[in-house]
Ligand binder design. Structure first.
Ligand code: SAM
Length: 219
C-alpha cells in the first residue's frame, strides 16, 4: 500500500500498491491478508438499506463495492479513484459479476458529483494514501455529497507505533501519520458531526481502526 506516488495530470496520488507496476498483486495479496473480512466488517457497520445511494472514495480494484453487491445485487453504487488501471479492473469485475456499479476517475478532494446525493460514503484503506493536508479537504467533499444525516464509514491502518518491533508498513511516512487522533480531528475539521471511532482490529499488515461520522442536518 505505501510507496512512491504515481503522477496523473495535475495531481499526484499514491496507487494501491505504492507503484503502478505492482497493481496486479493487489487482489491476490489483499485476499491473503484477509481484507475481504475487513470489508465485510465495514459493510456491517454501515447500516446499509435497500434504495440507498452509496459512494466509495478510493475504490481501487472495486473489491468493497463488489462485496456490497453480493449482499445487495440491485445496489446503487459509485466508486471513484484516480487510478485508471485500477478502475478498469473494477469495471471488469463488476461486469463479470453482473453488478450495476458505476466507476469514475476522480480525486477524493474534487468529486464530480452533486451535493446531497449519497446516503452513505465508504472508505477502505484510502485515507492514509492522502497527504496530511489533503485529508480535511477530501472529508469536506464527503460532507458536501452526503445527504443531511448521511453517514461516512471508514476503515484504515492505525499508524500508531507498535509497542515492540515495527512492521515494514510502519516505516512509510503516510502510514505513520495515520493516527486515530489525527483522523478524528480531520473528520471534525471537515464539518462532519457525531465523529467517533467505531472499533479496532488487526490484520497481518498491522492494526486497523474503523471510524464513523455524519453529515450535518439542516444546513
Ligand atoms: C490501498 S487502496 C484501497 C482500495 C480499496 N478501497 C480496497 O479496500 O481494496 C487505496 C486507493 O486509494 C486511491 N487513492 C490515492 N489517492 C487518492 C485520492 N487523492 N483520491 C481518491 N483515491 C485515492 C489509490 O489509487 C488506491 O486505489
Amino acid at each position: 500500500m505505501p510507496g512512491q506516488p504515481g503522477t496523473e495530470r495535475e495531481q499526484s496520488y499514491l496507487p494501491a500498491m505504492g507503484k503502478h507496476w505492482l497493481l496486479p498483486l493487489y487482489d491476490p495479496l489483499t485476499r491473503l491478508a484477509g481484507v475481504g473480512r475487513i470489508h465485510g466488517q465495514l459493510l456491517d457497520r454501515a447500516d446499509l438499506r435497500h434504495g440507498q445511494r452509496i459512494l466509495e472514495i478510493g475504490c481501487g480494484t472495486g473489491n468493497l463495492l463488489r462485496a456490497l453487491g453480493r449482499r445487495q445485487p440491485d445496489v446503487d453504487a459509485v466508486g471513484i479513484d484516480p487510478d485508471p488501471i485500477a478502475l478498469r479492473r473494477a469495471r471488469r469485475k463488476a461486469v463479470r459479476a453482473g453488478l450495476p456499479i458505476r466507476y469514475e476517475r476522480a480525486f477524493a478532494t474534487d468529486l464530480p458529483l452533486p451535493a446531497d446525493s449519497f446516503d452513505r460514503v465508504l472508505s477502505a484503506f484510502m485515507l492514509h494514501h492522502l497527504a496530511e493536508d489533503g485529508r480535511t479537504p477530501a472529508l469536506r467533499e464527503v460532507g458536501r455529497v452526503l445527504r443531511p444525516g448521511g453517514e461516512l464509514h471508514v476503515v484504515d491502518i492505525d499508524g500508531t507505533p507498535p509497542e515492540r518491533g515495527a512492521g515494514r508498513v510502519h516505516r512509510d511516512a503516510r502510514v505513520a501519520g495515520s493516527l486515530p487522533e489525527r483522523v478524528l480531528a480531520a473528520l471534525a475539521d471537515a464539518g462532519l458531526t457525531n465523529v467517533t471511532e467505531n472499533g479496532r482490529g488487526r490484520a497481518w499488515f498491522g492494526r486497523i481502526v474503523f471510524y464513523r461520522a455524519e453529515a450535518r442536518r439542516g444546513g
